[in-house]
Design a protein around this ligand. Sequence first.
Ligand code: HEC
Length: 240
Amino acid sequence: MNKYILILPLIFYSSLVGASANLELQTVLIDLNNKASLQRGAKIFMNNCFGCHSLKYQRYVKFIDHLSLDQETIEKNLIFTTDKNGKPTKIGSLMLNAVNSDHSKESFGIMPPDLTLIARSRGPDWLYTFLMSFYQDESRPFGVNNKLYPNVSMPHVLWWMEGIKKPINSDLSEFEYVKKGNITEIEYKQSTTDLVNFLTYVSEPAQLDRYRIGFWVMLFLVIFSFVAFLLKIEYWKDID
Ligand code: HEC
């Protein structure tokens, strides 16, 4: 009996190691305080992803505070949709797109999911790895497959930036580029990091408010401790 108890942690440990090896996630270093990175990420998202994926819990107007953008820049560069009357979508609106579910089921077999909360459900590393894992596969409807999400029904929309890579061996361990993108590999990694940074911010915008408030709370605590310290000296002065 004792023997089996000793083996149990080993089995548990090996299953953990097995699970992480299967995932092979790449680590992404994001920084929610880096406004320039969030702005670049927003631009990439609105130009390349928003056509299919909405951000239905986010409002454009939040970008004024959170991304340090002014109203005019947002209206000119990030709002591409129109409302029911054909007027440009208002800045206070939710970030919905015009995807028609029947049409997308026909094209992709599935409706592209809303991505507001994707960074919370999948995690930034997963998103980064997903965007780095597209490769050429002629057997798929869009000519690409994804190593992390096999048989995904999304085209590699950023191929014009990354280029297209093809597996060298059948276990998908090595790739070579067969088509060049318009930026270098390092720049693609940087752009993907910006995009993941943006999606992480969108999944929990209150995080930025917490950072800002947190700073003032810490400052208050420091000043308060100092005052308490002075008070203590004052009170104990005559006792010693
Ligand atoms: C042409 C339409 C289209 C565009 C543009 C597009 N996607 Fe997708 N995307 C899809 C479809 C369809 C799926 C569902 C795939 C599936 O489940 O097989 C999907 C799935 C995803 C998923 C996986 C969601 C999940 O957890 O199941 C992520 C993440 C994603 N897309 C991110 C992006 C990003 C980031 C961009 C912009 C760089 C983008 N997509 C652009 C159609 C699109």
